[in-house]
Write a protein that binds this ligand. Structure first.
Ligand code: CTP
Length: 442
């Protein structure tokens, strides 16, 4: 059933030149060492779909580590071998990574389902993978360079938009694949195949997630939250009974969907800002999933999902702040407060807390206030320093901080801008404080 097809032309047209050269060099290296080399997996899938993907996965029919070391020398790359799994990672000078795996028949346990005559070591390697769309390989060695090898109907499934496992024990072997299936379904707008969906439902009946570690589940949920259309993915998980399998408290009611949808909107907006600081998107969704829960309920979930201590602290401290911040924000809106007041209300929050707060606000003007804080206020600095104030003849002390704070408020409120204006403002403050007892300025 092995299908081959020459896609050399597609490859040359679609891939960036430097990637093509890398693949050619890998193929030549394979030829020199007399081993067959293939590009496999997500890289091939995405190329056929026309989606850029720099994560190159190679499979070598032969000694993968020796191959990696040889290719690494040619590329001036660092090579990190993993002897136990006979894999290696190449890290190129530009930071690009290439994963190399070894395919050799003697390393595999023969599955009962495959008659030995049908086997090739490449096929065995691909057979252990999750879905047919991830089992395509491209031969890289001349003269076969650009030949697509398709053992499991992956091309057809990509055309039809179907996520399909290769055999009925796939989810039993690795239950995280269920969450991956949903992630790919949403990312590519594909559909989980009928038989594959039945296997998922069957796995749910067998309580398959119960044996899976919290850390692995959390890792997959996190990838889900960071991929496309997370809300639809969470809904799909819920409707298949998967969330409640992980923990009954994860089953979110329809009434929570509006909030989660707002979170999705806010995160999409924030990503478009191209800010350096990246939020932990999963935590923002988690805050949404546990909204309205009490502390014990949240703890039950963070412990089931084995949150690391720092993430627990982030969730708990943010939740402690949220109610107070929401109250103050509402007051601020009613009283028509200043930008500096807004800054004081929002600056204690983590980025995750800010995004959640923005999503949670029902009033458009308060949503806008949080977005204004994120885009215009949070990074505001001042051009006056402590030594400027010292030169004004003031002794260092609490008054310094008060003056600097007052300057910052004036900058936030747009009352002063240039360093000159800020200095003038500080001087006025200093003069009015001179000789007075130190006291808070507001
Ligand atoms: N894989 C698997 N079972 C898993 C995880 C991964 O069989 N639980 C296989 C997949 O076939 C995949 C390969 O390992 O092609 C590499 O995994 P990963 O990098 O996670 O997959 P990609 O398909 O590249 O997905 P992404 O685009 O999200 O990186």
């Amino acid at each position: 059933k092995r299908q081959e097809k020459n896609i050399r032309q597609i490859l040359l047209e679609r891939l960036p030149k430097d990637i093509v050269s890398l693949l050619q060099l890998a193929g030549q290296t394979g030829q020199e060492l007399d081993v067959a080399v293939y590009a496999v997996g997500g890289f091939v899938r995405d190329m056929l779909l026309g989606i850029p993907n720099d994560d190159i996965d190679l499979v070598v029919e032969g000694d993968g580590i020796a191959f990696a070391q040889n290719l690494g020398r040619k590329l001036g790359a660092r090579v990190r071998p993993h002897l136990k799994f006979r894999t290696a990672v190449l890290i190129l000078p530009g930071g690009q990574k290439i994963d190399v795996a070894t395919a050799r028949l003697e390393y595999y346990e023969y599955p009962a389902a495959l008659p030995i005559v049908e086997l090739s070591s490449l096929k065995m390697d691909l057979y252990r993978r999750d879905f047919s769309i991830n089992t395509l390989a491209i031969h890289l060695c001349p003269p076969h360079f650009g030949r697509l090898v398709d053992f499991f109907g992956g091309q057809q499934d990509i055309k039809d938009g179907v996520i399909r496992v290769l055999h009925s024990l796939s989810f039993v072997e690795d239950p995280t694949r269920i969450i991956r299936a949903i992630r790919f379904e949403q990312r590519f707008q594909f559909k989980i195949g009928g038989q594959t969906e039945r296997l998922i439902k069957n796995a749910v009946r067998l309580n398959i997630f119960q044996k899976l570690s919290g850390a692995r589940i959390r890792h997959e949920l996190r990838l889900l939250a960071e991929d496309s259309a997370p809300l639809d993915a969470f809904i799909r998980m819920r409707d298949l009974g998967l969330l409640q399998e992980i923990h009954p408290l994860l089953h979110f009611p329809q009434t929570k969907e509006a909030l989660l949808e707002e979170i999705e909107r806010v995160i999409t907006w924030y990503k478009l800002l191209f800010r350096e600081e990246a939020p932990d998107i999963w935590i923002v969704y988690f805050l949404g999933l546990v909204s309205g829960f009490d502390t014990h309920q949240v703890q039950a979930l963070t412990s089931r999902l084995r949150f690391p201590p720092k993430r627990i602290e982030l969730v708990e401290s943010t939740r402690r702040q949220l109610r107070y911040v929401a109250m103050q924000l509402a007051q601020w809106g009613k009283n028509g407060g200043s930008a500096a007041d807004l800054y004081d209300i929002l600056s204690p929050l983590s980025l995750e807390g800010l995004l959640y707060t923005m999503a949670k606000q029902r009033k458009l003007e308060l949503k806008k206030a949080v977005s204004h804080y994120l885009t215009h206020l949070q990074d505001v600095g001042i051009l006056v320093t402590g030594s400027d104030i010292k030169k004004m003849g003031l002794e260092p002390g609490p008054r310094f901080a008060n003056i600097l704070r007052a300057v910052k408020r004036a900058v936030l409120n747009g009352e002063v801008r240039t360093r000159e204006d800020q200095l003038k403002y500080a001087r006025r403050m200093a003069a009015s404080l001179q000789g007075q007892e130190p006291k808070a300025v507001s």
